[in-house]
Design a protein around this ligand. Structure first.
Ligand code: PCA
Length: 322
């Protein structure tokens, strides 16, 4: 028997003989507690705790309280924390391929969003692996709509608006629409609007309702432009240090969280749109002229993305369009 085998046999014997010592994982997440993604993560954490009899406890640090959103992926990569959640397409800064689910009008129904996720999984797993990360699960936001302080009938109506963005893709969109982009994290949305830093945004009914958009906006145009996802990842070494049973418990809880999260997201779409309406926001069906203009921007962005995303991007699109 090789020494390493002997050692792992010894480690196994100890693990079997002694009650597993409890481990706590700190988990930074970007969004507030009331966000359905965060609710889902709390349930994921409690599933892991239950399945492992408390051997692995996950402590959720929501709303960017432990690490700011742009730092979360790096914190997991470096092992500062073993697990974290972030907006998947933020990683487009590392590789454009990560941005596929934020491209306007590529996937606008949940069915297509599921197909897109299936097409993304392999390449995303490969790229994350190169960073020492492993994906656990991903959950989409409801379709993205347009929030403004006036009726918007064409892309020209967006010109010059101070536009809240959440990633590079949306920044590109705002620029192509002639608006003025400013990056603002979700917990800072109400303040950014009330102080006049921004005056329009594209996001889900969930984030609009959770941010009480009726305090500072009047119109929601239901353009259903894309269905972007959050992803939960683990540091590979942290994961490998868990015993096999605990690893399996994490994977099982993750699979359940993915299924539950997609269902929650679909339910949210109508429920939170209704909340917007009940609170006085005018829900607008987009005009043909607006949609035509937005689709042109989408085509331009897809062409740019294809160039940047190279072979991996082409393979992903192929898999999606099969
Ligand atoms: N809410 C998040 C990401 C997409 C969404 O619907 C945000 O606005 O930042």
């Amino acid at each position: 028997m090789k020494l390493t085998n002997l050692l792992s046999a010894a480690a196994l014997a100890t693990a079997v003989a002694l009650p597993a010592s409890a481990e706590t994982w700190d988990m930074p997440t970007p969004y507030p507690d009331a966000t359905f993604h965060t609710v889902n993560i709390a349930e994921f954490a409690s599933d892991v705790s239950e399945a492992t009899d408390g051997a692995l406890e996950i402590t959720v640090h929501s709303a960017g309280s432990l690490f700011k959103h742009p730092e979360i992926s790096k914190a997991v990569r470096s092992g500062q924390v073993p697990i974290g959640e972030f907006f998947l397409s933020l990683l487009a800064n590392d590789d454009a391929v990560f941005g596929a689910d934020s491209l306007p009008f590529l996937a606008t129904s949940y069915e297509d969003a599921q197909k897109l996720w299936d097409a993304q999984k392999d390449v995303i797993t490969k790229l994350l692996d190169e960073q020492g990360l492993m994906p656990l699960y991903a959950v989409p936001w409801p379709p993205q709509g347009l929030y403004t302080t006036k009726e918007i009938n064409s892309v020209e109506d967006l010109a010059g608006l101070k536009f809240r963005t959440y990633n590079a893709t949306l920044e590109e969109f705002a620029n192509l629409a002639g608006a003025a982009p400013t990056q603002v994290e979700v917990p800072d949305i109400p303040q950014a609007f009330s102080t006049g830093r921004v005056e329009a945004m594209i996001t889900s009914p969930s984030t609009g309702a959770n941010s009480q958009a009726w305090d500072f906006l009047s119109h929601y145009t239901d353009i259903q432009a894309w269905i972007p996802k959050n992803i939960v990842v683990v540091n590979k070494r942290s994961f490998q240090r868990l015993d096999e049973e605990t690893q399996q418990a994490v994977l099982d809880a993750a699979a359940a969280a993915e299924t539950r999260g997609w269902e929650m997201s679909q339910k949210e779409t109508d429920e939170q749109t209704a909340v917007l309406e009940e609170n006085g926001i005018t829900i607008v069906e987009p005009s043909e002229e607006l949609m035509t203009g937005l689709r042109e921007i989408g085509e331009q962005m897809l062409a740019n993305w294809k160039e940047e995303a190279g072979e991996d991007g082409a393979a992903l699109l192929d898999a999606y369009q099969q």
